[in-house]
Design a protein around this ligand. Structure first.
Ligand code: HEC
Ligand code: HEC
Ligand code: HEC
Ligand code: HEC
Ligand code: HEC
Ligand code: HEC
Length: 423
């Protein structure tokens, strides 16, 4: 009887322990309320210390018109954006993206979030200064702690197992001292507690991968294939500030953004045959031989840089497509870029800082729909003139003037109806 009871207690302890680990709750136990609130509500658009969809939150309060401004802002974003000069300026700086409002956050919650942002220190504070003080072009390191947490969890699990073992041995010793005959030792593979533990672990892992796998089918956030030429956006769109539309003009006027043809590259590279910029550090830490990449371009173009003639037949560069929506989804770039005035970076991330393009958003239905719920339709163009695409929505315009609503979201014009995105 005693033995059954002990087995039960032991199993129960193991179970509680595992639940704790798998929720990783105790790892976060130290983190503040501000951090939790930030991660739950704000992290999709803000980073503590750098510009993202919205401005960096570090020091926000010091930039703002008054200490209390932020409470009004977070509780009444949409109306502030229309009336408050500082809010209007912010919105323009952020490419017209409007923040979601949070009427339910208390002032204390907001203080806690801003405090968290002010105290925030980036994980790896590395500077990218190369030998001789020359700055180099490299990707911003991402702070992904998942692996670290995984390892910690594993170590803790092993420690836990050892402790359990020690505990049971001690118990055996005291039992023997008290003259209680210990039961036949059971080999560990027949020990019920361990078998149960193993089952639970397998169950959790299988469940995790099943769910992740099923949800991720056909999705590839973070996808970053090796391209036929090591083309660096940071060099072109970042350092040399070439407009995205110079190469992806389709994004403005058509459904597809399009990838530039070889002759577009050659507009510049007939003249630029050598790379003289800062060293380009690849993701694997080695330095890129940029001139060799320009020579690859010449091979594709059939261009002879010495005679400055096309002396061989050219062939197209077979770029690997990174973003892929399923065929049953309708997505139109010009509708978002030109009409909706959404910045490329809102959907694609900071491409101008990327060494190699990486898929930034998950392109899930939830991603599209959430943005349509929270983003306002832009009734005015850059110069404050009426956006002609919306003349059919005169009614909304009038309603805003009549103060029926502060603003109109994409959802209100039908942006969450199934038929708008599905053929
Ligand atoms: C949907 C994206 C989004 C979410 C979610 C979001 N914000 Fe914002 N936030 C923005 C944008 C964009 C701006 C810039 C103003 C604008 O364009 O509306 C901004 C501006 C701000 C500002 C003003 C910054 C300055 O420089 O003065 C503060 C403060 C702020 N947000 C705090 C928060 C907090 C706190 C949360 C979470 C409770 C939050 N935001 C959630 C997008 C977002
Ligand atoms: C000099 C030409 C050039 C400029 C300027 C340029 N791009 Fe590109 N872009 C390319 C080429 C070539 C590719 C295909 C190779 C690759 O993925 O890097 C590409 C790929 C992309 C992709 C991935 C396409 C896919 O396969 O799904 C995105 C997104 C993108 N660019 C966005 C941008 C944005 C945003 C800007 C401005 C900040 C920009 N590009 C500026 C030439 C350019
Ligand atoms: C509202 C979100 C959104 C915005 C804004 C946006 N894109 Fe895209 N982009 C996408 C999606 C979604 C795809 C995948 C489309 C597909 O597979 O049909 C994509 C694909 C691309 C591609 C691959 C070629 C193609 O057309 O499929 C390029 C290049 C690209 N975008 C560049 C840009 C540039 C440059 C801008 C800004 C001028 C921009 N995008 C703005 C969402 C966006
Ligand atoms: C508007 C002008 C312009 C266009 C168009 C252009 N480039 Fe460039 N490219 C540059 C400049 C400027 C540099 C940097 C030269 C330097 O710093 O010495 C560069 C550098 C490069 C490099 C060396 C660095 C790197 O990215 O690996 C390669 C390779 C390259 N370009 C390929 C391409 C390809 C492929 C295309 C077409 C898709 C293209 N370029 C289109 C202006 C352009
Ligand atoms: C960052 C915000 C954002 C994201 C993400 C986004 N959209 Fe949009 N979308 C907009 C805005 C703003 C408009 C309003 C432009 C307009 O009125 O046509 C819009 C309009 C549309 C419309 C026209 C709706 C109508 O009623 O006329 C369709 C269709 C659409 N989006 C499809 C998509 C799909 C599909 C995705 C995901 C792959 C997506 N959008 C992701 C912001 C977004
Ligand atoms: C704003 C655009 C948008 C709207 C509105 C929309 N969808 Fe989707 N839907 C998508 C995108 C994008 C995907 C592809 C998701 C993926 O690849 O993971 C998708 C995928 C799906 C799928 C395939 C299953 C899945 O999740 O991958 C179904 C079913 C679906 N949508 C049904 C609907 C229904 C029903 C409605 C109306 C209530 C609707 N959708 C409205 C964009 C939209």
């Amino acid at each position: 009887m005693n033995q059954v009871k002990r087995l039960f207690t032991k199993t129960f302890a193991v179970f509680i322990f595992l639940t704790l680990i798998s929720s990783q709750g105790f790892l976060y136990a130290q983190s503040s309320n501000g951090e939790a609130l930030f991660k739950a509500n704000c992290a999709s658009c803000h980073k503590p210390d750098e510009k993202y969809v919205g401005p960096a939150l570090k020091g926000a309060r010091d930039r703002e018109p008054s200490k209390d401004w932020v409470y009004k802002w977070i509780h009444n974003t949409t109306s502030m954006v229309m009336t408050d000069p500082y809010a209007k300026k912010l919105k323009d700086e952020m490419g017209g993206v409007v923040m979601t409002e949070f009427p339910d956050l208390s002032n204390a919650d907001i203080d806690a979030i801003l405090q968290y942002a002010n105290d925030f220190k980036p994980a790896g504070t590395a500077t990218t200064t190369g030998p001789g003080g020359a700055t180099s072009v490299s990707a911003t390191p991402s702070s992904d702690n998942t692996v670290l947490y995984g390892i910690l969890t594993l170590i803790l699990a092993v420690v836990g197992l050892i402790l359990l073992q020690v505990n049971s041995n001690l118990k055996k010793l005291t039992d023997e001292k008290d003259g209680i005959k210990s039961p036949q030792p059971v080999p560990f593979y027949r020990n019920k507690a361990y078998l149960l533990l193993l089952t639970i672990v397998l169950f959790i892992f299988a469940g995790y991968f099943l769910v992740e796998g099923a949800m991720g089918l056909g999705r590839q956030q973070g996808y970053q294939p090796n391209q036929p030429i090591y083309f660096v956006h940071k060099v072109h769109a970042g350092v040399n500030q070439i407009s995205c539309l110079y190469c992806h003009g389709g994004a403005q006027d058509s459904k597809h953004a399009t990838i530039p043809a070889v002759n577009v590259c050659m507009n510049c590279h007939k003249a630029i045959k050598e790379y003289a910029g800062a060293p380009i550090i690849k993701e694997d830490g080695t330095t890129l031989d940029a001139n060799a990449e320009i020579q690859k371009l010449y091979k594709y173009a059939g261009w002879n840089p010495d005679t400055k003639t096309y002396d061989k037949p050219g062939k197209p560069i077979e770029w690997i497509k990174i973003h892929n929506l399923p065929d049953f989804v309708y997505f139109n770039h010009s509708q978002h870029v030109k009409v909706g005035r959404v910045a490329c970076q809102t959907c694609h991330g900071e491409i101008q800082n990327m060494i190699q393009v990486k898929q930034f958003s998950d392109l899930s239905m939830g991603w599209c729909v959430n943005c349509h719920r929270t983003t306002n339709v832009q009734f005015n163009d850059d110069k404050g003139n009426g956006n002609k695409f919306y003349s059919i929505y005169e009614k909304f315009h009038q309603d805003i003037k009549d103060k029926k609503y502060d603003s109109v979201t994409v959802q209100m014009i039908g942006g969450t109806e199934c038929g708008k995105c599905h053929y």
